[in-house]
Write a protein that binds this ligand. Structure first.
Ligand code: DAH
Length: 341
């Protein structure tokens, strides 16, 4: 058989099948058409397939390809007719007719929302804003002056150990000396005081980095809120009342706050602040009166001004507030978890 004749025959079958399936109004007539065209014994396609044997050898690949195409078309027409009848569509008398009910409530598109840490940051800014603190910003890549030296952390201090910090290898030879991912937001205290004469009253919130192994309470990246107030006659009593007010504003009036004597190179005296949680105390940050060495390092006169500073872990506050017990849950990006807050 000539290729053209074979193809003509296939095209005839295709259009006849489409017409038959389109016209079929119920499952019985679909079945009649199915047997007529797709029947394994005497179906029209089966018969056409037999003709394939008599096509010239050279034309066989093309003829086979066309046969498969038409077979797919006929099967698709059969499927479409079955679906139409099953869903009670045009002309169909389906059993499970799906009825569109315009009085039902619509499907609400799901809205995204802010990450719990971002929500916490916004709220903390709000609370401290009401106490008169404005927000300052600083870079996450820092030099040693701002991360250590001006904060009274000398070169041989263990906090500067390369194993305790993320030093940047590519920046080793930069003019400013080695650079690192900041390990604390106290850097911003220095940056602000270098630029502004006293009085200052700022907070700074952002990411800090330490090479800690992640566990329920540690993560190599976390967030801190830093606070700094420098003025004349600032006292430890001011620090304590600001931190208490801050903690109760964010966590509620039933939270207890206590201060323990501690040491930080950039404050003297220094305290650590704990908050109550499930009959326990957990630390939420450090604080103290700004060390005179720090004031001198930025050109302030320690005889004239004094100040307090604090640095708190934002994850801790957020976890306490929402009863989250594993910091890693905050950074798995599992929306089922994040959606709860
Ligand atoms: N920078 C300290 C840390 O990351 C926290 C801190 C303690 C900040 C005392 C302060 C402060 O401003 O006064 O561990």
């Amino acid at each position: 058989m000539a290729l053209a004749d074979f193809i003509q025959q296939l095209d005839d079958i295709s259009s006849a099948a489409k017409a038959a399936f389109d016209a079929a109004a119920d499952s019985d007539s679909i079945d009649v058409a199915r047997i007529d065209f797709l029947g394994a014994k005497n179906g029209k396609l089966k018969a056409a397939q037999k003709g394939l044997g008599s096509v010239d050898k050279a034309d066989k690949p093309e003829a086979g390809k066309r046969f498969n195409e038409v077979k797919n078309q006929v099967e698709a027409a059969f499927q479409a007719a079955s679906d139409r009848v099953a869903s009670g569509g045009a002309g169909g008398a389906g059993k499970s007719a799906e009825i569109f009910d315009p009085t039902l409530p619509g499907k609400r598109p799901r809205l995204g929302h802010l990450h719990p840490i971002t929500q916490t940051i916004d709220e903390l800014k709000d609370i401290m804003g009401r106490l008169g603190f404005s927000v300052a910003d600083g870079p996450e890549i820092e030099d040693e002056r701002h991360n250590f030296e001006a904060l009274n952390i000398p070169a041989d201090h263990p906090a500067r150990d390369p194993l305790e910090n993320f030093y940047l290898a590519t920046a080793q030879k930069s003019q400013a000396g080695p650079l690192l991912l900041r390990s604390q937001t106290s850097t911003v205290q220095i940056r602000v005081m270098e630029e502004t004469p006293p009085p200052v009253r700022i907070i700074s919130l952002g990411r800090v980095y330490r090479p800690d192994t992640a566990d329920a309470t540690h993560y190599p990246m976390f967030h801190q809120i830093e606070g700094l107030l420098v003025d004349t006659k600032v006292t430890m009593a001011d620090l304590k009342s600001v931190l208490r007010l801050f903690a109760t504003s964010y966590l509620g009036h039933d939270v207890h706050v206590r201060f323990r004597p501690s040491f930080f190179p950039f404050t003297e005296p220094s305290v650590e602040a704990d908050m109550s949680w499930n009959d326990n105390w957990i630390e939420f940050g450090g604080a103290g009166m700004v060390d005179p060495n720090v004031l001198s390092a930025v050109g302030y006169d320690p005889e004239e001004v004094s100040g307090f500073a604090f640095g708190l872990g934002i994850e801790r506050l957020c976890m306490r507030r929402h009863n989250i017990t594993d910091i890693r849950d905050l950074y798995k990006n599992d929306v089922r978890f994040l959606h709860q807050f």
